[in-house]
Design a protein around this ligand. Structure first.
Ligand code: AMP
Length: 204
């Protein structure tokens, strides 16, 4: 089964994708993480777009994604792709998508959440300074005990730009696939339960 999680930045799609991936064995593919972890010459080009909150050119992302998809035996959960109609079209040429889980939060909530978001550089766990999951010790990862960092594109101007791009370019792809809308403002566990149920229905 191949699924895409779609939602504005801060909606919790990364957190939910990680949980569902552990439960189901579907590979969690975060294009943002793939780009942040890219090595070599391409890295400079990626950073010059990503740090401003702009999208990285489709050719770059598609090349990295194609490589990753090859390894997914059981299927995958896409997190951060496709982000526009052109990417959806390119995706249809390399894989079949069974459906979309749309995780919805308001723009105000997205801005509030992203400004408090902190990441662990070692295990990738995502925390929030203002809401759960909060780090137990100030700005340290609970598991690795290393200092958490704030992504450059989580800073105010870049966030507003990313939200605008989401509404204008990403939302239109919802009508291309069967999709289920999940309230991303409820407790994480409740949203997970709804996603599990939605996946069962999409898989029928
Ligand atoms: P994310 O972690 O999904 O919020 O992505 C962080 C940044 O990576 C975005 O602001 C973009 O610059 C870049 N990025 C991630 N996914 C894509 C994509 N599908 N197409 C183009 N750029 C992307």
């Amino acid at each position: 089964m191949n699924i895409a999680f779609i939602g504005v930045q801060g909606s919790g799609k990364g957190t939910q994708a990680k949980i569902i991936s552990e439960e189901t064995g579907l590979t969690h593919i975060s294009t943002g993480d793939l780009l942040r972890n890219a090595k070599g010459k391409i890295k400079e080009q990626i950073n010059s777009c990503a740090n401003k909150g702009a999208l990285v050119p489709d050719e770059i992302i598609l090349k990295i994604l194609k490589e990753k998809i090859k390894d997914c035996k059981k299927g995958f959960i896409l997190d951060g792709f496709p982000r526009n109609l052109k990417q959806a079209k390119m995706l249809n040429e390399i894989a079949k998508i069974d459906g979309i889980i749309e995780i919805f939060i308001s723009d105000e909530e997205a801005i509030k959440r992203i400004s408090g978001r902190r990441n662990c550089p070692r295990c990738g766990k995502i925390y929030n300074l203002f809401k759960l999951p909060k780090p137990k010790k100030d700005c340290l990862c609970d598991d690795c005990n290393v200092k958490l960092f704030q992504r450059t594109d989580d800073i105010s101007e870049a966030v507003k730009k990313r939200i605008k791009i989401y509404h204008e370019e990403t939302e239109p792809i919802l009508k291309l696939y069967p999709s289920v809308k999940i309230n991303g403002e409820q407790a994480i566990e409740k949203a997970t339960k709804e996603i599990e149920k939605a996946l069962k229905n999409l898989n029928k």
